[in-house]
Design a protein around this ligand. Structure first.
Ligand code: GAL
Length: 370
């Protein structure tokens, strides 16, 4: 009798676990049941991608198609495992934001072998022909907007310019920096800005159009790897090494909001820094509060609702046997990938309410001092 009870309770626990698993991996329909559209996102540790998960769940709440959202937690091995899990559930479409653009090749090649349509999401998967479509924001425009904001708000000449970038494993990091450099370089060459933290950038200061390798050299020195803690360490190292003429009123190119807040906190606690302009990206809630509080200067708003509806729209077209509409293409080093691109919006304390509250992206009640 005791044995039967024990077996029964083990079965009970297992059933509860499976139910919960279905709940945390964003599955619609039973956990082992067929899934039509698989969605793989880089990590749950960054507010940006939790935002995408929420918007996918909202967009799919009354969809007839079964979907599942899995996170790769910053690991290409986990990403591959996620894709295999979804292939075993019979997906027909894979929407994937890669952790590492090149390393994701083997995962999507496995999907292609099974006849699955692959949509690269936000970040481009590179060096493979195993992707069908790409939905993204205009990443070069993100960087150009960040660079232009520093130019429009810097005062005088010889303004110390601190450069930071995203992870070199992310194709977007190159596009962001390319966009920023194109607008900043003429202002570095004419003495408006003085580069404060990168010998590679100084070596290239008279060149506006940089090659991938040259961009890679600078990124190698100023990357944050999208990690706020690495951003803190880099900023502290740069400020410790900086001579007096590189302090005072400075300009900071921070690649996204997560790293911008970290860098702003470090510069904000250096008594030799009298003021700083710092950029951002993603309109994360915490950074919107920083902008309201005057601790971050701007962010580049990328309306994830649009990216999600573009990706889902493409997936449904594919499932319905139609050819999705695209607006251009990106070369990923191997093939020209048909793409759909969305514009971006600069947000600072002047238009934060209009762009983020009036548009319904966030609630006013989520902020103080608005
Ligand atoms: C980029 C993405 C950004 C961002 C970053 C860090 O690829 O476009 O919005 O926040 O990754 O995950």
């Amino acid at each position: 009798m005791k044995k039967v009870w024990r077996l029964f309770s083990v079965l009970m626990v297992a059933t509860v676990l499976v139910g919960m698993l279905a709940a945390c991996s964003g599955t619609t329909g039973g956990s082992s049941s067929k899934v039509s559209v698989g969605i793989v996102l880089p990590t749950k540790d960054e507010p940006r991608w939790v935002q995408d998960e929420k918007r996918f769940i909202d967009a799919l709440s009354d969809s007839d198609y079964t979907t599942e959202i899995l996170f790769s937690q910053g690991s290409s091995a986990k990403e591959k495992e996620n894709v295999e899990t979804l292939l075993n559930k019979g997906i027909e479409v894979l929407i994937i934001a890669p952790h590492d653009g090149a390393a994701a090749g083997s995962a999507v090649e496995a999907a292609k072998k099974e006849g699955v349509t692959v949509i690269s999401y936000d970040r481009l998967i590179t060096e493979t022909d195993a992707i069908d479509y790409y939905v993204t924001f205009d990443s070069v425009a993100v960087g150009a907007a960040q660079g232009q904001y520093l130019i429009d708000n810097a005062k005088g000449t010889n303004v110390p310019l601190y450069l930071y970038a995203g992870a070199s494993s992310d194709n977007n990091a190159f596009l962001f920096f390319e966009g920023a450099w194109k607008v900043l370089q003429p202002k570095i060459a004419d003495g408006t800005f003085v580069i404060a933290n990168s010998s590679e950038a100084v070596a290239l200061k008279d060149k506006q159009e940089l090659t991938r390798d040259e961009l890679g050299k600078i990124l190698g020195q100023v990357t944050t790897n999208w990690d706020p803690n690495e951003a803190i360490n880099k900023a502290q190292t740069h400020l410790t090494a900086a001579a007096d003429n590189l302090k005072g009123d400075v300009a900071i190119l921070a690649p996204n909001d997560g790293t911008a807040r970290s860098i702003a906190d470090v510069f904000g606690s250096d008594s030799d820094i009298s003021s700083f302009i710092v950029t951002g990206q993603d309109a994360e809630k915490a950074s919107i509060q920083y902008i309201i509080d005057g601790k971050q200067s701007m962010t580049v708003f990328k309306d994830v609702r649009t990216l999600v509806s573009d990706a889902i729209g493409m997936a449904i077209d594919v499932l319905d046997g139609k050819t999705p509409a695209t607006t251009g293409s990106y070369n990923n080093g191997k093939v020209d990938v048909k793409a759909k691109q969305t514009n971006v919006i600069v947000v600072d304390d002047e238009n934060v309410k209009k762009e983020l509250i009036d548009s319904g992206y966030y609630e006013a009640s989520e902020f103080t001092g608005l």
